[in-house]
Design a binder for this molecule. Sequence first.
Ligand code: ZN
Length: 113
Amino acid sequence: MPGIDYRLARACVRLGEVLELIGYQPRTRVGAQLRGPCPLHGSRSPTSRSFAAHLGKNVYHCFVCGAGGNALDLWAALTRQDFHAAVQDLCQRLGQPVPWLPRRKQPVKEIRS
Ligand SMILES: [Zn+2]
């Protein structure tokens, strides 16, 4: 299976899109910062504010379970897939092309007889 350009994928996928995909309901929103129940460790209380997401920086952090990362990490954690599968899955769900890494080029000095 070809590799994925994770750097490019990270630049294409917004954290807000992932939260929208799971129908996340934040408890509070101040500017680009959301706070609410953590979708990863499954906060039961709807008033929980353990989970913090910054839509501008595309990072999240949970103060209870310690989870954190970017939009791709969140999708991988939510869907319990390995990172490669999660990124592929997420791009497809968002209708974005998967940023596959180019296959290794043939050596330049190719000798044809
Ligand atoms: Zn958590």
